[in-house]
Design a protein around this ligand. Sequence first.
Ligand code: HDE
Length: 712
Amino acid sequence: MDAEKNKEKPENSKIDDLYMNTEDGSGEVMSNNQGVRVNDDHNSLTAGERGPTLLEDFQFREKMTHFDHERIPERIVHARGEGAHGFFESYGDFSEITRASFLSEKGKRTPVFTRFSTVAGFKGSTDLARDVRGFAVKFYTDEGNYDLVGNNMPVFFIQDAMKFPDLVHAVKPEQDNEIPQAASAHDTFWDFISLMPESMHMIMWVMSDRAIPRSLSMMEGFGVHTFRFVNSKGESHFVKFHWKPKLGTHSVTWEEAQKISGQDPDFHRRDLWEAIENGNFPEWEFGVQLVEEKDEHKFDFDLLDPTKIIPEELVPVKILGRMVLNRNPDNFFAETEQVAFHPGHVVPGIDFTNDPLLQGRLFSYTDTQLIRLGGPNFAEIPINRPITPVHNNQRGGYMRQTINRGKGSYSPNQISGGCPFQAKMADGGFVSHQEKVEGYKIRNRSKSFMDHFSQAKLFYESQTEVEQDHIVKALRFELGKVGREEIRERMVGMLTYVNESLAKKVALGLGINPIFKPDMPLNHSFPADANPADYQPTEAKSSIEKSEKLSLMASPGKGIQGRSIAILANDGVDGGQVELYQDALKNEGANSKIISLHSGWITGAEGAKIKVDHSLATTSSVLFDAVLVPDGLQSAEALKEDSTAIRFLDEAYRHYKFIAVNGGGSDLWASTYASKNSDPKGVFFDEGPGTFIDAIAKHRIWEREDAEKIPV
Ligand code: HDE
């Protein structure tokens, strides 16, 4: 890694803290867990050479027992994930709006550990499932840990935490046969959704390309709920949290996603790992939408309703800092698996609102850690412990690490001199924001939560034509997998309330005809004694018709950092040209890989040896963003004899990828199906690395009308 890139690797006090528990066996003698040196780790102790193993064999027993117990329950949701260390840097002093110390000073850096995840799939499932992505950041601040446990979509399926177990039971593999893996369940999920109109906005996001990101570093993050920022005078603002990726927002197509799931189920995990190893550190800017207390009711939706966004046109995002991920974990289990996030881990300056989804989450996360990590001492696990001192009267519990000294473990006390003391607010004590609350104890949903379609509509209608088309296809695909016709019909009926043309297109794909707009009731989620009519959605209109920022294409980012480019080459390729492109791509932070008929080495036209990264048999065009066929007739002639090389190009063309063909390389291109188009869009002939790089920065060439006609 070069020095320039390494400069983003500052001292990190959390990494120093973790070193206290880090072990490295290199150059060391093996010992058992009691520290006794091991003489034979291969053969058990037996009675006679061919006799039974002896119970006395403590070496064997210890090794096997530990192995037998090395699994913990995976997360009930967000089981599959990957994490990285890094830092957060504040762009300024924001103490006017929050007393959070990590935002109190320009340039102040706070260590973070961030874990991304899919939601529905099991721990060993695929990264490219159509799903929401978790985006959880633990800030190890100098006032204790703050967890921003968000997603890559700014809204949620349900408005009340009470429905979360139902949602998760519906979306996970079906109860009887545990099918399907790494996807939302078919009949059960859509059965539930088709009875829950409040999920319709989230469904639009999940059916959009946001659910199949190209890279974890090319997706936004959101806190979802409205939180509060509180300053030292006790003044509060409502706040929505945003992460904006430096690399822009980009996705793959659904067809690619499905193929990637087979070719490389670790596609996102590998991409994140390699970007960090190569010094191309993923980066996001952190921003907030701020709403003054007095403006709480000025919107046409309820700020406490987690199925709503505040369109950026109404309240712009104010950027406060950035996060850079610059260090991979040393041990997946110890760090990524054992990290325990909780939206209730807040520091002074950040507080909650009464969003009923958030309120339920505040219970659930500790509860789940108790079963997953085995008891109340999970905060002592190195990845979870704060870098600030911990002193309190909590004692005991499984696996207690801290050795608390002294007699007292209660407060008030005189025996321990009243220690540990409480902290005054001025000394960093957390004081909950004072909010006036009154009302009857009831189970009910506020009428202000009954608009379920206006923002689903806003989202769909703010997408480009290409993105709308992808949503239609996603719905046709997902609902096409549903066996029960009545569920599909109910869903199409629901979609008519979002956008009639969308519903019609989906209906056509499902063979449902004629299209109908059902009368209410659509909502089936209300108390047993209620009148269903009181719980039906209102047909509200959003105050704005379009919100540009809702389209992925509104945030393309700059440059090609993190992109992967395939170079198809064989013996006789122009080695000088390959090097020229590879250097140019590397300078821009992109990776290029030589792909050939076989692994090992090939010989360039000038006689130089070129290392092959992948044989055609071990890779696929879906793992790359663009393809280069360098000059070299001999190379092209050999490659075109292999149909996989031709398919590689055709498939890249079908997936709207940019292709550069130089000199004799055109002999391979001429064998493709795509070459039947005499003026193919996004294919460059002999234009040099500059044009190619500028094009890759656009991600895909959606204007290529004949792309999906390529039969691969
Ligand atoms: Fe979570 N969620 N969630 N969630 N969630 C969990 O906690 C839960 C929700 C999110 O990388 C669990 O430690 C309830 C919204 C992320 O470790 C569990 C409700 C958002 C992660 C849980 C929600 C999230 C979780 C499972 C509805 C975006 C992974 C394991 C009231 C703002 C964190 C665990 C990681 C994980 C409960 C809804 C984000 C069971 C009850 C909305 C990123 O506690």
